[in-house]
Design a protein around this ligand. Structure first.
Ligand code: PZK
Length: 287
């Protein structure tokens, strides 16, 4: 890590440091969470996979929205980013009915004010992707909100702008991923505003941690789908009868290796780049 940095924040599995007044260093660790608990065992290279994927999408989605990336560092797990005024909104897009979207649909027939056709199955593809913003809960889970509540937070003009960008980013990535055997069921974007009042895409984007990735082969609506990356770890944890409260169990070497292989496979499928090439020179994802 560069010298003279200030730690300004921690996510469950990554860290944020201030480099100067205008720039941040975002570091993705190899920690993994499952059932919302960070496990004591790391997955080697997970942070590199997520950082490389984010860089890959940033480099290709510039026509849709500006982004905060300044530099992908040689370690492959950290990026230098523009410091922004972050919007207090999680910009979720759903192309399929899963998680809290499925829960809300079952209870009310709609998700965040989007009325949906009757009779949809769990994990069904939606007729069109929907924008379902949520608020960043300081503790516990994010809370889905409707359009009026979102406009209250950021104003209706900015809301229209983030909705358009979010839906376009999702359509672009989901189409790319589907052609490579991965379904992006849903994803979460975070945006900020720069000094010129321009909307800027921030954080990590379209990674397995910010999205639900499903294997396209074997996709079958009518139940939950396996996670592309975390299913080995989840199945192993469940097989132990773990009660899903902290601390989580240690993973075995087999489970670590299987999980790492799935992260690397997701990277290689989506980018078309060998992971070894990324390790040798992370900037390959930006070309
Ligand atoms: C910012 N986070 C979440 C991410 C953490 C916390 N470009 C930016 N400008 C200003 N603030 C942020 C960003 C970004 N990205 C992101 N919190 C603030 C977060 C990673 C690790 F600890």
């Amino acid at each position: 890590m560069p010298e003279a940095t200030l730690h300004v924040g921690s996510g469950k599995v990554r860290e944020l440091y201030a480099l100067d007044d205008e720039r941040l260093l975002l570091v993705a660790s190899d920690r993994i969470s499952t059932f919302d608990v960070v496990l004591p065992t790391e997955i080697p290279d997970k942070g590199r996979v997520l950082t490389g994927l984010s860089g890959f999408w940033f480099a290709r989605a510039g026509d849709i929205c500006a982004n905060h990336l300044i530099e992908l560092r040689p370690d492959g797990r950290s990026t230098v980013c523009r410091k922004l005024e972050m919007l207090p909104l999680e910009c979720v897009v759903r192309g399929y009915l899963a998680g809290s979207g499925w829960k809300d649909y079952k209870a009310t027939g709609s998700v965040c004010g989007h009325a949906l056709p009757e009779g949809l199955l769990e994990s069904a593809e939606l007729p069109e992707p929907i924008f379902t913003p949520s608020t960043k809960a300081t503790s516990g889970h994010d809370e889905n909100i409707d359009r009026a509540a979102a406009a209250e937070l950021i104003g209706s003009e900015r809301l229209a702008e983030v909705e358009r960008a979010s839906i376009e980013l999702y359509r672009f990535a989901a189409e790319h991923a589907r052609s490579r055997g991965i379904l992006i069921a849903d994803t979460k974007f975070e945006f900020g505003i720069d000094a010129t009042d321009t909307l800027v895409l921030a954080d990590e984007v379209l990674t397995p941690d910010s999205s639900r990735f499903w294997p396209a082969d074997g996709y079958r609506p009518g139940g939950s789908q396996p996670s592309y990356d975390k299913q080995f770890a989840r199945d192993y944890c469940e097989s132990l009868g773990w009660d899903k409260t902290a601390p989580g169990p240690e993973l075995t070497d087999d489970v670590v290796e299987g999980t790492r292989a799935r992260y690397v496979e997701a990277f290689e499928r989506l980018t078309g780049i060998a992971f070894d090439e990324y390790i040798a020179d992370p900037t390959v994802v930006l070309r």
